[in-house]
Write a protein that binds this ligand. Structure first.
Ligand code: BGC
Length: 406
């Protein structure tokens, strides 16, 4: 049996755009209509109305923490027009969690943007920082007395990759240069947001908050040990996994390291060239493993290796997302169990981990993939929006309650 610390955070995550429904002022909403996405977000899970019921379920499942995001396009539907009604809504959401003794972890930006922001240049533009800061200030002022854990931006590199390199997400650009601009603007925005959030707490005499970003980390594994593959792994670790964390740690703007971990990526580079070194993935099914329904390898030891690599920063780590999309709920429980074991192994070797947040509390809108992938601990029937607790959720609930795992 393994035992986690008594004060460990246990819970699950959602993001506003993926669960709320009706986010019609967002860039994603416009994009879904423009490309005719076969499963647009629409009403999503109607979590905007049903959040209390969803939090009752989280409580029933013994969660003591919940990660959620607030939707910028609701709070600021037009440039510099802030909605007091929506700020009050999110205050109610946070209060509902606190009433259930569930610690809120609030993300300020989780992929979706207000449509006006994108029209004025989006994250590529040098104005992005000022716009984002203005919004961060409003939200922090409205919620600071209720929130201790903040995530400024979710997965800047994933956002830049899908929106500006692969082009699968809005604004569907394909340019390394633009992706770099976006990442640098997001990093600079985090730094300023970090300082602003801390300053607001200080001004209000509140205890210092814990502020971070959520970094998506992948285990990059070379298929064979040749020079090209090793160099590619080095570059991907450097630029995709650790550059941003390095920069933010050096600038003293992370109170903990937020980690999202899902899978490994096999690296098999056939030709020299920057694009190949940076992006080429193995197409030959070397070293096959079981996969989730999106085809991602299930690779629990990756989280162990990555956590050990974070040890040198001497900061606590918070696992803010880890999850699997699958119709096979036994596989889901096995996925959670194996990842928890690997996290515990890293903890035994000196990595301080604050908590484990599963992605996701409920099935939801998986961006360009629509509603097919099922990541939830709780199943959503999209015909009537009924929720049904999965067996894996009950197994996980036992761990949340006892803090132990067999
Ligand atoms: C994102 C989520 C997404 C999940 C599964 C994470 O990288 O933060 O929004 O649903 O991956 O793809």
């Amino acid at each position: 049996m393994i035992e986690f610390p008594k004060d460990f955070f246990w819970g699950a995550a959602t993001s506003a755009y993926q669960v709320e429904g009706g986010n019609s002022n967002s860039d994603w909403w416009e994009w879904e209509a423009k490309v005719g996405l076969s499963e647009p977000s629409g009403q999503a899970c109607r979590h905007y109305e049903f959040y209390k019921q969803d939090f009752d379920l989280a409580k029933l499942l013994n969660h003591n923490a919940h990660r959620l995001s607030v939707e910028w396009s609701r709070i600021e539907p037009k440039a510099s027009m802030f909605s007091e009604k929506e700020l009050a809504h999110y205050r109610e959401v946070i209060i509902s969690l606190k009433q259930r003794n569930i610690e809120p972890i609030v993300t300020l930006h989780h992929f979706a943007n207000p449509a006006w922001f994108v029209k004025s240049g989006g994250w590529q533009s040098s104005k992005a920082k000022d716009y984002f800061l203005r919004y961060v200030e409003k939200v922090t002022e409205a919620l600071c007395d209720k929130v201790s854990y903040w995530v400024t931006i979710n997965e800047p590199l994933v956002y830049a990759y899908y929106g500006y390199i692969e082009g699968a997400w809005p604004p569907q650009k394909k340019s390394f240069f633009k992706a770099r601009q976006v990442t640098l603007n997001m990093a600079a925005s985090h730094i300023r947001a970090y300082r602003l959030i801390h300053a607001i707490y200080k001004k209000r005499n509140l205890s210092a908050p814990f502020v971070s970003i959520a970094s998506h980390l992948q285990a990059f594994i070379p298929c064979s040990p040749g020079l090209r593959n090793r160099l590619a792994v080095y570059l991907r670790n450097r630029f995709f996994n650790f550059e941003l964390i390095d920069r933010l740690v050096k600038g003293k703007t992370l109170d903990f390291i937020g980690v999202n971990y899902y899978t490994r990526s096999l690296v098999d580079v056939e030709k020299w060239g920057l694009r190949n070194l940076a992006l080429e993935v193995c197409s030959k099914n070397h070293h096959p493993l079981r996969k989730n329904s999106l085809g991602w390898d299930i690779y629990p030891q990756g989280i162990y290796t990555l956590l050990l690599k974070l040890r040198k920063y001497k900061l606590p780590v918070f696992v803010l997302e880890n999850g699997i999309s699958t119709p096979d709920d036994e596989l889901r429980w096995d996925f959670i169990r194996q990842h928890l074991k690997n996290i515990h192994r890293a903890m035994a070797e000196g990595v301080k981990v604050l908590g484990y947040i599963y992605w996701s509390l409920i099935d939801n809108f998986e961006w360009d993939k629509g509603f097919g992938p099922r990541f939830g601990l709780i199943e959503v029937d999209y015909r009537n929006f009924e929720r049904k607790i999965r067996e894996s959720a009950r197994r996980f609930a036992e761990v949340c309650k006892s803090g132990t795992l067999d």
